[in-house]
Design a protein around this ligand. Structure first.
Ligand SMILES: Nc1nc2c(ncn2[C@@H]2O[C@H](COP(=O)(O)OP(=O)(O)OP(=O)(O)O)[C@@H](O)[C@H]2O)c(=O)[nH]1
Length: 307
């Protein structure tokens, strides 16, 4: 896909978020001068746009340090806000990489049911395929037959092998089989689906601990990535999920999905500010190429309405 069309898609995806912040900032700027009261309004606009109190206050402070007393047009204010958002996002932008030696790179993908986990696994596999990496999937979410079937359908659609077991099977043994098969076949990346039963923390912890133990026997470095998939439409609740999964699963990075169709995309900035975890990619639609590496400058400009 050309960059322009991706930008259009991203902008389309973030349209609601962008409109919300844009509207909130537009109502602020009629006062023209960046004084304390305008800064208060900017801070409120950022909080209303789901960027969270911490990012909002940091952006306010930076604007105050750099621009206090200046008269600004609406566009200048939005440009300045975009730059401060980008400063928060840049340090966490980190595309997924296939660097493991020995191969395969093992990625555990976690997230609550319905977050877009399965679709995201297929999209990540597709991104890797575009870079000519050999990919294999492992259906470690054995809790529901539907989850196994759905992953298998995606595997077939994009043409990658899948290791699967029966419903109720032992996820650790599927992961074991997956790593063995991937190693034997010279696969570059093994992407493992896991059950997202956050409502039962103990079970999830035990299951992940067992997967880690089994993986460690085959490759002490694995898993190389523990990627948490978050649904942006959950807004602030997505932040609570980061908190819990960090503690339970040792999350190493995030992918945020469903940034299309929500006005709550600002939660991405809140997540970056509060947790500093790498953000690998963002999902802006249901199609296979609707996942893209996270471009902090572009996303910041889109959120602030100046892209
Ligand atoms: N609009 C939009 N929909 C998405 C995106 N990612 C996933 N979806 C949709 O969200 C729904 C749930 O996605 P799944 O991939 O099945 O989510 P899951 O977390 O594996 O959920 P379970 O299969 O229920 O465990 C599906 O209808 C997907 O098409 C996205 O970025 N944007």
């Amino acid at each position: 896909m050309s960059e322009t069309s991706w930008k259009d898609r991203l902008f389309g995806g973030f349209r609601k978020t962008s409109e919300r912040l844009s509207e909130n900032l537009t109502s602020v700027v009629s006062t023209a001068k960046l004084d304390d009261s305008t800064l208060d309004d900017v801070e409120d606009a950022l909080i209303l746009s789901d960027l969270g109190p911490s990012a909002a206050s940091r952006i306010r402070q930076k604007l105050s340090d750099k621009k206090f007393g200046l008269s600004m047009t609406e566009t200048e204010l939005k440009e300045a806000v975009a730059e401060e958002i980008a400063e928060i996002l840049r340090p966490v932008a980190k595309p997924l990489e296939v660097v493991a030696f020995p191969r395969p790179q093992v990625l555990l993908v976690i997230g609550v049911n319905g977050s877009g986990k399965t679709t995201t696994i297929a999209k990540v596999a597709h991104l890797f395929q575009e870079d000519d990496y050999g990919v294999m999937l492992a259906a470690g979410d054995t809790f529901r037959a539907a989850a196994i079937g759905q992953l298998a359908t995606w595997a077939e659609r994009i043409g990658v092998p899948i290791i699967r077991g029966a419903e109720g099977g032992d996820p650790a043994s599927i992961v074991f089989d997956g790593v063995k098969a991937a190693t034997d076949q010279g696969i570059d990346a093994l992407i493992v689906d896991t059950a997202g039963r956050l409502q039962n923390k103990r079970e999830l912890m035990d299951e992940l601990a067992k997967i880690r133990k089994v993986l460690g026997r085959l490759n002490p470095e694995a898993p190389h990535d523990v990627v948490l998939v978050l649904d942006a439409t959950n807004g602030q609740n997505a932040l609570a999920q980061i908190e819990t999964f960090k503690e339970v699963a040792g999350v190493t990075g995030l992918i945020m999905t469903k940034l299309d169709g929500t006005a709550r995309g600002g939660v991405l900035v809140a997540a970056a500010e509060q947790y500093g975890l790498p953000i690998h990619a963002i999902g802006v639609g249901e199609k296979i190429d609707d996942l893209r590496p996270f471009d902090p400058d572009l996303v910041a400009r889109v959120i602030a309405g100046v892209a």
